[in-house]
Design a protein around this ligand. Sequence first.
Ligand SMILES: C[S@@+](CC[C@H](N)C(=O)[O-])C[C@H]1O[C@@H](n2cnc3c(N)ncnc32)[C@H](O)[C@@H]1O
Length: 373
Amino acid sequence: MPTITTFPHLSEIITVHSWDESINLDLSKRSKEVIVDAICGSAVLRGSHVFAPGILGIPHGLNIGDEVSVFADTVGCCKKGLLKPCEVDSNNKTFLGNGILLQTRESIICNNGQSASGIAVHMNDVISRLLQLNNNSVPDGWALLQNLPSILCTRILNPQPGEIILDMCAAPGNKCTHISTLMKGEGTLIALERNKSKLDKLQSNCDKFSSGNVKIFCYDSTKACNKDVNHSNINDGPPFKENSFDRILLDSPCSALGQRPQLLNKITAVQLRSYVSMQKSLFSAAVQLLKSNGILVYSTCTITIAENEGIVSWALQKYPYLKLKSIKDQLDMKTFTHTGYCIDGLTENESEYLLRIGPEQDSIGFFVACFTK
Ligand SMILES: C[S@@+](CC[C@H](N)C(=O)[O-])C[C@H]1O[C@@H](n2cnc3c(N)ncnc32)[C@H](O)[C@@H]1O
């Protein structure tokens, strides 16, 4: 069994550790190879099996039950349907580990024009030494897989039963369901998500994991505040009046450069820069919607200064009535004590109130700022 730890002061968390060095993994390469795309490859290194849509290359003639070695296309050179993964130059592919084939080439690539789905390779031994965990590893609704920084982010929001809380960017609902659980089903949690295609996942996670007080709306949160709105019943949905919420989570869309591992990232400088204006629009709506003395948590899973300390510095200047709350003082954790960078517009004190986590703490890159109004 891998080591499992709990945190006495965060009773809802169970941490499953990677296989320690005393466990011998079988990482000898097999003669039968499969190639997956870089996104699928990253997911495998993070503990996923190989799902059929991620497969780019698989030969004819492999049978269900065959042992295969799985490689990731780390330069984006493979076309879907590649027949001879073995012939791809070793500089262009990275070995991920070994598993058992559960679907044939016919169902993965051809499949009569239908898109393939389900687990295609059940991974057994992976170079990252992570245990392959998925939602089928535990009874349905029993546990939700999340990175530790995401869990801490909700803890920093510190939701209380009976409050009126807004999750501005809610899908797929990992933090939303955690907030709902901490509210113990008492009070109202509004979950907004702009992208219609993500609502089913959000709804299903809330059905399985929330404590029943979440109201989901498909809505652009930059437009969620309207001074002239007539109704004052939060449950009627957006837009809402100013000063409507006790706490707001703005877990912002971002360049996601903190995700680890990243086998291939083709983001351009223009795309990188485009996030900041969206983050400012979302933040402005959040400030208006927050009650006086309310709590606003801004978070990203990226590492750029512009999307993190840059937004905080901009916000403190634009909304001088906002104050930062120290995160270090709220979290009783020895690992995550790294604070933000001191940049123009932030005092040293203010930068120390921020939480910036990264590979130095053997973590994904994550940023959290906590404000009061
Ligand atoms: C970082 S993800 C949120 C993850 C989520 N908080 C969780 O813990 O599961 C950002 C989400 O914001 C959504 N989004 C982007 N722009 C938005 C907007 N203007 N209004 C509402 N949602 C938006 C994206 O579709 C995406 O699902």
